[in-house]
Design a protein around this ligand. Sequence first.
Ligand code: NIG
Ligand code: FE
Length: 398
Amino acid sequence: MAMLIRNASEILTMKRGLSILKNASVLVENGKIRKVGQIKSDKARNVVDANGCVVCPGLVDSHTHLVYGGSREDEFAMRVTGVKYEKIAKAGGGIASTVRMTHQASEDILYKSAMKRLKNLVKHGTTTVEIKSGYGLSPAEEIKTLRVIKRLKKDSELDIVPTYLVHTIPDQMKRRDYIDLVIEEIIPKVARAKLADFCDIFCDKIAFTRRESEKVLLSAKKYGFGLKIHADQFADIHGAYLAAKLKCASADHLEYSTKGAIRAMKKAGVVPTLLPGATLFLQFKKKPNVRTYKKLYCHPALASDYNPGSCMIYSMPKIIALACIVYGMHVEDALLGATKYGARALCLFNRIGSIETGKQADFVIFNVDNYKKIPYYFGEDIVRYTIKKGRIIYGKNS
Ligand code: NIG
Ligand code: FE
């Protein structure tokens, strides 16, 4: 059935900048956008009244780790008293503790808890989400997580993009042996079973070196994976330069990336992906310099990084607000980062990320009358409807 989203205060089309249409409507047919602008109402249609509301492309969360077992509130409690994330990790906590708890959980348990989380994402306007493995480490356990993601993809109304993440070295294994295992066994198995679109690696001083990361990503490329990289979060080890060299789809975190690295990413078409929730949650003083991005016309995506260790925030409207508050990002750039550039980071901009004729009818309708109120109403849940492929998946059409 056709749907008419009628008379919005603002429609953020995201064509060039926000490209706002005022007092405008969107016509949807067969799950796609048919027309945007002044459209006459027709009684036969399913009408969504957007009077006094802002209509935005469905939010794209291009970086999450939302399939995991257990929780890490004890580490959180330690960190707020000043104990560093790196120190906790070295003592066997951090990622390794979630690895242990994920191993203990069955596929069904992981599926159920992740599905619950996905339902919460929908309430906050997310319509497309990337989900990484990375708490499995062994071939069987990584495949277990990726199979859970595959089930979620089948059952959820969201678009889900699966990524195989090479996260850390398992206990009692030599680094070289693990890299060999990843290259010789895990990557080929994941590729054969078609369980992931992207391969990602944690390239940082507390994880894999630049050389190890390059080796892994080059092998993933041969198997047809798109490439992503966790880069320069704890130190500048030139992870963003590596992303540029390998033409990764995105490089994520980037607290320590320099102006030269930003220039290199821009030149190579890498989408820098900033994760203000993690910067805040880990109480980092070092932040990406959003002014440099702006000066170089290099447009960052924004994502939640939702995971049990470094960011328990899954609400993209909150992430948009944090990008403004924590990084000093302009409101317009933050909104573009959570839609258009998030879609670019997942190589999906041909289908989602803006409100244009022919694109998928994915929207979030905010209960505010202008876009600046989206981050400004930080403490409120302002999502009125989430619409996926022309169907209301959250909110009531009264
Ligand atoms: O993106 N930086 C590496 N990995 C995750 C944290 C994972 C964890 O602490 O469990 C991140 O922040
Ligand atoms: Fe991450």
